[in-house]
Every structure is written in structure tokens, then in C-alpha cells.
Design a protein around this ligand. Structure first.
Ligand SMILES: [Zn+2]
Length: 80
């Protein structure tokens, strides 16, 4: 508990909200730079057709959790 050396997640200024990008099956590169700030796409930074939404600066770990939760919901509701 509390080693004081936890990895610091960079705040992410943009999140991709393109419906086609919420599946999280693409490559490991989910972070890119948009307008000079970090941007997160759950599908992969190298894909095309992002729809960036300003987050106001959310830690990367939170975006990953939110994306995973969305993907679970899609599995539950049978979205393919
Ligand atoms: Zn995207």
C-alpha cells in the first residue's frame, strides 16, 4: 500500500466516440495526439474516422475502464 511510486497516467484530453470504434478489437495503439494533446480511441489510434470529444482531462486508466465497460454492455446486448 502506498509505495509512492505508482505509475502516473497522463491525462487524456480527447476521447473517440465514433460508434464503429467502441469495439476494442484492434491493435494495442490506443493513444494518439490530437491538436497537441493526448487522445484515446478504444479501437486503435491508427484507424480512421475518429470522432474526438473533449474530455476535459481524464486519466488514461479511467478511459480504459469506461471502454471495457461499454464493450461488456455490447456483448450483453448482442451488438456485433
Ligand atoms: Zn476512433
Amino acid at each position: 500500500m502506498g509505495t509512492g511510486r505508482e505509475r502516473v497516467d497522463p491525462p487524456v484530453a480527447y476521447e473517440c466516440t465514433a460508434p464503429a470504434h467502441q469495439r476494442g478489437e484492434a491493435g494495442p495503439d490506443k493513444l494518439t495526439v490530437h491538436e497537441g494533446a493526448w487522445a484515446f480511441c478504444p479501437y486503435g489510434a491508427r484507424s480512421e474516422g475518429h470522432e474526438w470529444k473533449a474530455t476535459g482531462g481524464v486519466p488514461l486508466a479511467m478511459l480504459r475502464l469506461a471502454a471495457a465497460a461499454r464493450q461488456k454492455e455490447q456483448v450483453k446486448s448482442g451488438v456485433k
